[in-house]
Design a protein around this ligand. Structure first.
Ligand code: SER
Length: 590
């Protein structure tokens, strides 16, 4: 079975069971500041899990592009990937535990032909927030599972979400492939790391909303959110140990062999890092809301991926700028499934080449600074953590590189101190990320909803004042402010800013109703509604109309009358990237 067959088999299976196929959303969450990247198929669906009506219905299926960079330093082993595809199906207040478990079982045994004896499952053991999940246990028993195939675990293993600090979450049942080997010890089970059990699917029963005060309250509806890692299942179906040994990676690995003159078998880790990171970078740059490398947020992560790949390419002896060679293979390979890569290939290649060249320069400067640091050590035989961390932080030197350089000079590095600093730094970034979690339409708080409607008014006003070609390039809303990126290649004049802000405030003062309709996509387009859509179009879309001002396809939610916004003020207009301007604005009474 190849990747295409697996995607199709999954989608067809659920389509036959009443699910509507929805296209993969962008890797960059729209209007959801809770995370930098889409990390699971459920992310773009948060408003619908919270109770908003989805235009495609209550049963959905898709394959979603995802990025997870939490364990970027583990890349190189056989299981971790920064980019992956998640196959998923959802029930939005429709079927629940038993229905979901039965469908998963049928797909695994009938479509993927896994023997029931090779499956093991887990369930939530219960705590003060939610009871022991006997419903899940009974559903598996009903399908013939023996007690030694069902394992109960606590919060850490069998509770998923919320994605941020708050939001939909619940107990889950994880499904594992058991390779049939003997248990490694009496405690061996799906939570054991010995490799006997490989997780293939996670079915989350999202019936709770975690609030900011840490309490769990029942959601208005009981949802199912499932996720299956495509690459991992593909490897399993083909009897290979790792995704890197599947058709998804073999062409890239061959190209790295050709460019470096080295063998994959002799340099497994370096090859995997390059292949993984450049796949993620290609998808991030090639997204319709693609980002360029930068010092902040998604752009910073992208930069890290590219630079790390670059360092390993240099390590394998690949001279000059060769990333585009590798990226081209990825674009060709994936364009039929993710046509945005082909659409955005010029952006991908030009940014990759520019960043690679820039880093080659930083790398050289960093090496010179490192040399000086070693010289200045004098009699000390240890490079302290402050210096090691500076090389990491300022020049992007991974600690292994610093250590290698130190080894060559017979010097050691205070790795422990470095790790402490690194952890501190990570905690700071995590705290930053958690801060982001607080807002967003995920919570549908009053302020974010107001800002969301204000964003539509702003978008319309910009098209009126600047050009009808204005397109939204990104939107991010926290409870404090909106941030809107759009294509425009010069600074706006103060007069233009005033005009835009007047149009928005005028619409607010006129107390116009915000009307939502669900209509076929084609009809929406013909009616002149604007909106960013990825991939294939859904049949029925939501259109929010603010009569005489704005008509936009969007998932919502919005205020019911523009008067609810109170007032609107532009705080900043600045450059965001080449050809992209950014506006930050606030709402309220001024
Ligand atoms: N959201 C769950 C996960 O990421 C199921 O898709 O595992």
């Amino acid at each position: 079975m190849n990747a295409k067959e697996l995607r199709n088999a999954y989608v067809d299976f659920f389509k036959k069971r009443g699910h509507a196929y929805i296209p993969s959303a962008s890797l960059i969450p729209e209007n959801d500041p809770t995370v930098l990247f889409t990390t699971a198929g459920m992310h773009p669906l948060v408003p619908y899990l919270m109770g908003e009506k989805h235009p495609a219905g209550k049963r959905l299926v898709n394959y979603q592009k995802c990025i997870r960079t939490g364990d970027i330093d583990d890349i190189g082993d056989s299981t971790h990937l920064t980019f992956f595809e998640m196959l998923g199906n959802w029930s939005l207040g429709d079927y629940f535990k038993e229905g979901s478990i039965k469908m998963s079982y049928d797909l695994l045994t009938e479509v993927l032909k896994i023997k029931p004896d090779n499956l093991a499952v887990t369930a939530f053991e219960g705590n003060e927030n939610a009871p022991k999940d006997m419903e899940t246990y009974n559903a598996w028993k009903k399908l013939g599972f023996r007690d030694d195939q069902i394992f109960f675990y606590g919060m850490e293993d069998n509770w998923w979400g919320p994605a941020g600090l708050t939001g939909p979450c619940g107990p889950d049942t994880e499904i594992f492939y058991d390779d049939g080997r003997k248990k490694c010890g009496p405690k061996c089970g799906p939570a054991c790391k010995c490799g006997k059990y490989v997780e293939i699917w996670n079915n989350v029963f999202m019936e709770y909303n975690k609030k900011e005060d840490g309490s769990y309250v029942p959601l208005s509806q009981q949802n199912v959110d499932t996720g299956m890692g495509l690459e991992r299942v593909l490897a399993m179906m083909n009897g290979v140990k790792s995704a890197y040994d599947t058709e998804l990676f073999i062409p890239t690995i061959k190209e790295i062999e050709r460019l470096s003159g080295q063998k994959y078998e002799d340099n497994v880790r370096a090859f995997r890092i390059i292949a993984d990171h450049l796949r993620s970078a290609t998808f991030l740059l090639g997204d319709d809301r693609g980002v360029a490398p930068s010092k902040m947020d998604q752009g910073y992560v992208l930069r890290r991926l590219i630079r790390r790949a670059s360092r390993y390419m240099r390590k394998l002896g690949i001279e000059g700028c060769r990333m585009v060679n590798i990226s081209k293979i990825i674009v060709e390979q994936y364009s039929d499934v993710f046509p945005e890569l082909e659409r955005n290939k010029e952006f991908i290649y030009s940014n990759l080449a520019a960043e690679e060249e820039k880093f080659n320069k930083t790398l050289d400067r960093g090496l010179r600074i490192a040399d000086r640091m070693f010289e200045e050590l004098g009699n000390s035989k240890t490079l302290d953590s402050e210096h090691a961390f500076r090389l990491y932080d300022t020049f992007g030197f991974p600690i292994e590189l610093t250590k290698e350089l130190a080894d060559e000079r017979g010097v050691s590095v205070d790795i422990k101190g470095f790790e402490e600093r690194f952890k501190e730094h990570q905690e700071k970034s995590r705290a930053g990320a958690e801060q982001k979690f607080k807002g967003g339409l995920a919570d549908s708080s009053d302020d974010t909803v107001k800002l969301h409607t204000a964003t539509h008014l702003l978008n319309a006003a910009l098209r009126q004042v600047l050009s009808a070609d204005i397109m939204q390039k990104g939107s991010n809303i926290t409870p404090e402010r909106l941030r809107f990126d759009f294509n425009f290649d010069r600074k706006m004049t103060p007069e233009e800013i005033q005009k835009v802000s007047d149009i928005v405030n005028d619409a607010i003062k006129r107390n116009i109703d915000v009307v939502c309709e669900e209509i076929p996509y084609e009809e929406a387009r013909r009616s002149g509604a604007i909106g960013v859509f990825e991939g294939k179009y859904q049949d029925i879309v939501k259109v929010y109309t603010i009569e005489g001002v704005s008509k936009e396809m969007c998932g919502g939610p919005h205020v019911s009358n523009t008067g609810d916004i109170g007032g609107f003020k532009i705080q900043k207009e600045e450059s965001s990237a080449a050809g992209v301007r950014r506006i930050k604005a606030v709402v309220g009474k001024f």
